[in-house]
Design a protein around this ligand. Structure first.
Ligand code: HEM
Length: 127
């Protein structure tokens, strides 16, 4: 028996639901909305590609955009500790809404927590 990747365990449809729900919340969050574009179509498309490979699915982000270098790609945007917290809070709410539960959720969220900390590039109050 082959062990499922987290991508297979969550499933493509639910991962896409998660991303769409997440950006719906980001668009309404007062700390986040100002640094995002008004239209979430393109960023949601890229995030679906990125999270697919992050969770062990096919490398569709890299195929289209090259090496992820996520920290470098975030440097043009002031990612403060407050914004990282807000990002994670939107993700938690999105996981609640799509009812992603159990160890799969816990492992996914703790990886995102670490990645979000790594994205911080600006102190609070400096943005
Ligand atoms: C792009 C904010 C964390 C994945 C972006 C953009 C912003 C942003 C403003 C650019 C939107 C645009 O195209 O105009 C933030 C903030 C974070 C955060 C405030 C708080 C810590 C993360 C994390 C991940 C992630 C943890 C992955 C797990 C992405 C991806 C893109 C992106 C895949 C698209 C990159 C591309 O252009 O190809 N983010 N982000 N972000 N972010 Fe984040």
């Amino acid at each position: 028996e082959k062990k499922l990747t987290p991508f297979e365990a969550i499933g493509e449809d639910r991962l896409h639901q998660l991303v769409d729900t997440f950006y719906g919340l980001v668009g309404q969050h007062p700390d986040l909305a100002p640094i995002f574009p008004n239209q979430f179509t393109e960023i949601a498309r890229k995030q679906k590609q990125f999270l697919t490979q992050y969770l062990g699915g096919p490398s569709i982000y890299t195929e289209e955009h090259g090496h992820p270098m996520m920290r470098a790609r975030h440097l043009p945007f002031p990612v403060t500790p407050t914004r990282a917290k807000a990002w994670l809070s939107c993700m938690k709410q999105a996981m609640d809404k799509i009812e992603l539960q159990g160890p799969l959720r816990e492992e996914f969220f703790s990886r995102l927590y670490l990645t979000a900390q790594h994205m911080i590039n600006t102190p609070d109050g400096d943005e």
